[in-house]
Design a protein around this ligand. Structure first.
Ligand SMILES: Cc1ncc(COP(=O)(O)O)c(C=O)c1O
Length: 393
């Protein structure tokens, strides 16, 4: 059997048109296929590999940890140095009200935990989310994600969820004192980098404070440096009650977190005890990788450079086929005329050995979210190829 036949016969598909790039190795921003072709990876596994593939510093942290110990117990029972360090390091980059982390394995799990926590804090069950938002694919996260086409076949989902228009101040009046939580991506990722206004975010914060609804920021995609700040909420001078992270957190290893105050987090340990449990959450190898990522992205000038590099992409990708660019840091959406042009651009770019990608919920934009470690020369080179691609649409 060829590797393609094994893939198609023995791995469950997510669609009937997978990319089928056969990976041999990956280094920095380059993915090499089994025929020896090198691709510029401008997607980073959808915003995950933020410090580059095969990063020696991450590798060392992983190997050192795995040689000490890997999984020894379910989350929350034993004291493990790597897990402790990550919790402490995160607390030192976050405000006092976000001092306590619960580690899980993915973004959707982080959001599931956040919803459960909000229910315990408030004693309420209603949830408010935003049109075009995406929060994951398990049943709770899917309930608060907007895309009806993707949800329809899985109903019934969670009851009591309503959707407001993003950036619409009037709709915030629908947040009442019956609402347990309002969940929002400060910059909507899969909607195609839709950026909340500061006025809207501040009004949302005020409304949640006034009604007692917990404000959850889903920073699974925007967190950990992607937007040029450690967390996107720093762009707004607004602090959420609960913060969720995943993707870039582990630099390529699977880890997520939901984070809130020490006081709030005690609630999951009582009435009932073991109110949220996970076998693999807080895996020490993943936590070591996350500690290494944190060390790299907090180095002097690293985050400032993310914005500089993002601006370079924006300047270089001016072309008559590009209708607009939405961007924060190295999170970019390139708006083309229509879906057909987006499909053509992505497949032509792949032919020219540059990986760019689709968004889940917007079809007229293409996605660029490279490793944050991409160099200026790599940006220039890959943008030249993309300009050629745009010229052939
Ligand atoms: C904003 C946001 N939240 C949650 C998720 C779900 O994360 P995961 O796929 O790790 O479950 C994603 C994934 O794309 C995301 O972009």
């Amino acid at each position: 059997m060829t590797s393609k036949e094994i893939f198609l016969n023995h791995l469950a598909p997510t669609s009937h048109h997978p990319v089928l790039l056969e990976v041999e190795s990956a280094n920095g921003i380059i993915i090499t296929d089994t025929d020896g072709n090198n691709y510029y990876d401008l997607i980073a596994g959808i915003g995950v590999v933020s410090v580059g593939h095969n990063n020696p510093f991450i590798n060392r942290a992983v190997v050192e940890q795995i040689q000490k110990h890997s999984h020894v117990m379910v989350y929350g029972e034993y004291i493990q140095t790597a897990v402790n360090s990550l919790a402490k390091n995160l607390a030192s980059t976050l405000p006092e009200s976000l001092a306590t982390s619960y580690f899980v394995n993915s973004g959707t799990e982080a959001n599931e935990g956040a919803i459960k926590l909000a229910k315990r804090i408030t004693g309420r069950h209603k949830l408010v989310a935003f049109e075009k938002g995406y929060h994951g694919n398990t049943q709770g996260s899917m309930s608060i994600s907007a895309n009806e086409t993707k949800k329809r076949s899985f109903r019934p989902l969670l009851p009591g969820v309503s959707f407001l228009r993003f950036n619409n101040l009037k709709d915030l009046e629908q947040i009442t004192d019956e609402v347990a939580a309002v969940i929002i991506e400060p910059i909507q990722g899969d909607a195609g980098v839709v950026i909340a206004s500061a006025t809207f975010m501040q009004a949302l914060r005020n409304r949640c404070t006034a009604t007692g609804a917990q404000l959850i920021f889903d920073e699974v995609q925007t967190g950990f440096g992607r937007t040029g700040k450690m967390f996107a909420f720093e762009h707004y001078a607004v602090i959420p009650d609960i913060l969720t992270l995943a993707k870039g957190l582990g630099g390529g290893l699977p880890i997520g977190a939901f984070i809130s105050s020490h006081k709030n987090m005690q609630l999951l340990a009582e009435n009932p005890v073991l109110g949220h449990i996970t076998t693999f959450g807080g895996n020490p190898v993943c936590c070591s990788a996350a500690n290494a990522v944190l060390k790299i992205i907090t180095e002097k000038d690293f985050l400032e450079n993310v914005e500089v590099k993002g601006m370079l992409f924006e300047q270089l990708l001016q072309h008559k086929e590009v209708k607009s660019i939405r961007r924060k840091g190295l999170m970019l959406a390139i708006e083309l005329e229509n879906e057909e042009k987006v499909d053509k651009a992505i497949s032509l770019a792949l032919e020219h050995k540059v990986i760019i990608y689709w968004f889940l919920s917007t079809h007229s934009s293409l996605r660029i979210s490279p490793p944050l470690t991409i160099s200026q020369d790599e940006i220039k080179d890959s943008c030249n190829i993309l300009l050629d691609v745009f010229g052939n649409l």
